[in-house]
Design a protein around this ligand. Structure first.
Ligand SMILES: [Zn+2]
Ligand SMILES: [Zn+2]
Length: 354
């Protein structure tokens, strides 16, 4: 992929109304998805201007989430196109909309998947804004963080805990937030299974250990590296997803987008146990005998996040303290990063740096 550098210019003159920004480029590098199932293309696009309720952020890091793969692969069917993917954005506020008082210039903020909600639908009114009837999601309907700058509604951005660098903080914003919501939906438990030991699981395992939960990690069969990683993070057992756990589980979280894991997880949980599906997309769940669900076992999904989830988790993370295993890659290698995620060729989280 070639960068069309010839269009790039650092024009500084001419526009009186932005004279304070004379040093700032008018265009930026962004990785754009033009059509699903085509590679992202590195492009020069105008630096976005924040609206009255928005902040503009100079992106320092943006995590690569499995949901980005579901956007680029066309599994999620309602993207704005072209779209700048990426919804685990860490950066510093470099311009404020006229109505924004929540942040100041230079503040470090995180921008998550939940980019906007309507505030008036029955779900929003009932405190379930994650289920809003008219939402906007970052990196899906709203341009995201695979770029040098991003704009976001200030009310949906968050201050980030100190003590983590920009690259390490990025995975908190989806793997962490939605992983935390998934764990919370499991309810009180003493023994917990986690199917799929990627970015979300590596954070959830640390939170679970902090809460005194015994965690059992299930990886792809024979993935010794992921199993060793899980044990290093405090899981009491790690094995292949085709193996039964050594004890019945109170709950299981499924982060891998593999429907065939649902009956396996149901087999692993005790009577009354809960299986929580943490992903936005999953291959079909195979037909299964009713006895797997019998005895009041529960299967439920988790959709999106609320701002309350974000506030709770970002306050909790430094108390655990959550440590992030992240691999940084240049923004221009976003396609390679997505391929690595698709192949499972990583441990922990991948993060793009512009
Ligand atoms: Zn709503
Ligand atoms: Zn995500």
């Amino acid at each position: 992929m070639e960068a069309p550098d010839r269009d790039y210019s650092r024009q500084s003159g001419g526009s009186g109304k932005v004279c304070k920004e004379a040093e700032r480029p008018e265009t930026m590098k962004a990785m754009l998805l033009d059509e699903p199932r085509t590679p992202l293309r590195l492009r020069d696009v105008p630096v976005p201007e924040p609206g009255a309720t928005q902040v503009r952020v100079k992106v320092a890091a943006c995590g690569v989430c499995r949901t980005d793969l579901h956007v680029t692969d066309g599994d999620l069917t309602q993207p704005k196109l072209p779209i700048v993917p990426g919804h685990e954005i860490v950066g510093r506020v470099d311009k404020l909309g006229a109505g924004v008082t929540r942040f100041a210039l230079g503040d470090r903020v995180g921008i998550p998947w939940l980019g906007h909600t309507c505030g008036v639908c029955p779900y929003c009114r009932a405190g379930h804004e994650n289920l809003c009837d008219d939402p906007g999601f970052t990196g899906y309907q709203i341009d995201g963080g695979y770029a040098e700058y991003a704009v976001a509604d200030a009310d949906y951005c968050f201050a980030l805990p100190e003590g983590l660098g920009d690259v390490e903080a990025a995975p908190l914003l989806c793997a962490g937030l939605i992983g935390y919501r998934t764990l919370r939906m499991a309810g009180p438990c003493r023994t917990l299974g986690i199917y799929g030991f990627g970015a979300a699981a590596h954070i959830v395992a640390q939170v679970a250990r902090h809460q005194g939960i015994e965690t059992y990690a299930f990886t792809r069969t024979g993935d010794g590296e992921a199993q060793a990683f899980a044990r290093a993070l405090g899981c009491v057992w790690a094995g292949g997803s085709d193996e039964p756990p050594p004890v019945p589980l109170d709950a299981a979280l499924v982060f891998a987008p593999v429907g065939a894991l649902v009956p396996r997880a149901l087999e692993a949980v005790r009577k009354g146990g809960v299986v929580v599906l943490g992903g936005i997309y999953m291959s079909d769940i195979p037909a299964m005998p009713y006895r797997l669900l019998w005895e009041e076992r529960v299967v439920r999904s988790v959709a999106n996040l609320t701002r309350r989830d974000a506030e709770e988790f970002l306050a909790l993370a430094p108390r655990v303290p959550v440590r992030i295993h992240a691999t940084a890659m240049p923004l221009s290698e976003a396609n390679e990063a997505l391929d690595r995620l698709r192949r499972g060729d990583l441990v922990g989280a991948l993060v793009l740096v512009p």
